[in-house]
Design a protein around this ligand. Structure first.
Ligand SMILES: Nc1ncnc2c1ncn2[C@@H]1O[C@H](COP(=O)(O)OP(=O)(O)O)[C@@H](O)[C@H]1O
Ligand SMILES: [Mg+2]
Length: 207
């Protein structure tokens, strides 16, 4: 990808020492995610992918359970009772040192019910082609956000990621890498990185 070089300095490397911190990271991501984003969650069984998604959805007001949709492949969530601030169109969102600017400038609020979050778990997908039958293109129409566990199972049919979140087991806790794959992903990670520096739950190893 052409902006790969720029992305390299935004590669963020974290140690997330508990389930709570993992949900907190998910909430941070929810704060800065942009409409139309495709996020891959890369990691073994039990890595904490669903835990992160749970934190993400709770931050958007979801109160029920969040489980991996292992058998249904995808679980849709509506952002009921929430306003999604669409700051995608704001050019100045990229400027440093104005963390909250988008909140005051964003007039482009979307009605919550217009926005859907899709949580995919492709673990049991046998052939990427199956995703066509599921109607993957209808899901990812630019008006939604997709969080995808086991994206490698959908290789060739899944759209590319804006952000890859790679989770690895440590003896204690998890290592989490945030790897932007597009300009969109780069904006998300640059915003997120400012939060992480001040977040007491996620305090380790920013390289
Ligand atoms: N950062 C972390 N440190 C320690 N345990 C964690 C962390 N993140 C998640 N866990 C635990 O790991 C287990 C598996 O998490 P889960 O999100 O279901 O994994 P996955 O969806 O990747 O299979 C859960 O019991 C969860 O509490
Ligand atoms: Mg899972």
């Amino acid at each position: 990808m052409s902006d790969k070089h720029h992305n390299s300095n935004l590669h963020i490397h974290l140690k997330i020492m508990s389930e709570e911190a993992m949900t907190e990271l998910g909430a941070c991501l929810a704060k800065w995610v942009r409409l139309g984003s495709v996020i891959y969650l890369d990691g073994d069984l039990g890595a904490g992918k669903t835990t992160l998604v749970r934190g993400f959805l709770r931050a958007f007001g979801h109160q029920g359970a969040v489980k991996s949709p292992t058998f249904t492949l995808v679980e849709p969530y509506s952002l009921e009772n929430n306003i999604f601030y669409n700051y995608n169109e704001l050019e100045d969102v990229l400027k440093p040192d104005d963390n909250n600017k988008h909140l005051t400038q964003s007039k482009a609020e979307l009605r919550a019910d217009d926005v859907k979050i899709y949580h995919f778990d492709l673990y049991r997908l046998e052939d990427p082609e199956e995703l066509e039958y599921v109607g993957i293109r209808d899901y990812l129409d630019g008006q939604s956000i997709a969080l995808i566990e086991w994206p490698e199972k959908g290789y060739g049919v899944l759209p590319g990621a804006d952000l890859i979140i790679k989770i690895t087991h440590l003896n204690q806790g998890r290592e989490v890498e945030l790897l932007p794959q597009s300009e969109n992903g780069r904006v998300i990670v640059s915003k997120l990185s400012k939060d992480i520096k001040t977040d007491f739950l996620i305090h380790d190893d920013i390289k």
